[in-house]
Each structure stands twice: as structure tokens, then as C-alpha cells.
Design a binder for this molecule. Structure first.
Ligand SMILES: [Cu+2]
Length: 125
């Protein structure tokens, strides 16, 4: 059953004792290169779903491969650090922000897209 990752992250943080390896997705995260990372939006996913980066300026190169509009918002809690407005099918855009160490959520904020699977995480270390 899909569920917003933000709440999963909160639950994990509350548990505190759970090792990172307990995450369901055991594939290694994608690392940003030279402060850039490509993100593909689709119906209904964000790929890659897990990103790692070094602190500093980070640019997301975002393309919408889906058949409906999507957004990408990179959030730290309730604060948007970077984001693109609605991308129509086939459209692309970049979003930049300055990221300090921490854990961020990636989400499409349209409709119930997050519930449908459009979420991910960015870990800055
Ligand atoms: Cu979407």
C-alpha cells in the first residue's frame, strides 16, 4: 500500500534505533556528481528515489516523462529548498538550492501523486 514517505521518515526518526539498512529499498542511492543530479518524473514515480549529495549548491535537472503534469519539490520539513513548478508532459526544467547537511524529502505536490508513489529522499552528508 503506498504511503507518503514523509510520514515513514518521521516514524523511523521516532523509532531512532532502526538502522538505515532497514529501509525497504536496498539499492544504493544515486550520488550527485559535480553538484548536479538528473531526476525523471513519471506517472507516478520519482527516479532516482534516493539521492545522496555533498553539502553545497545542488542542481536538479528534472524531466517529466509522464502523461500528466508533475512537480518536484525538495523539502526540509515544511520548507521548500528547491523546486520546479508544474511540468507538462515532456517538459524539463532545473531547480537549484543550497543544501546543508540533513535529510530532505522529494515530492510531487500535485493531487494525490505523493500517495501514488511520487516521493523520494535526499541525504546530504
Ligand atoms: Cu505528480
Amino acid at each position: 500500500m503506498p504511503r507518503p514517505h514523509r510520514f515513514t521518515a518521521l516514524a523511523l526518526a521516532a523509532a531512532a534505533a532502526l538502522p538505515l539498512a532497514a529501509c525497504a529499498d536496498d539499492r544504493p542511492p544515486t550520488r550527485a556528481r559535480d553538484g548536479r543530479v538528473n531526476v525523471t518524473l513519471d506517472d507516478f514515480s520519482i527516479t532516482p528515489q534516493r539521492i545522496r549529495a555533498r553539502p553545497g549548491r545542488l542542481t536538479f535537472e528534472v524531466v517529466n516523462r509522464g502523461a500528466t503534469g508533475h512537480t518536484l519539490r525538495v523539502m526540509r520539513g515544511e520548507r521548500e529548498v528547491a523546486g520546479v513548478k508544474t511540468l507538462l508532459p515532456g517538459a524539463s526544467a532545473t531547480a537549484s538550492g543550497r543544501f546543508e547537511q540533513g535529510d530532505y524529502d522529494l515530492v510531487c505536490s500535485l493531487g494525490n501523486h505523493e500517495e501514488l508513489g511520487m516521493y523520494g529522499t535526499l541525504t546530504v552528508r
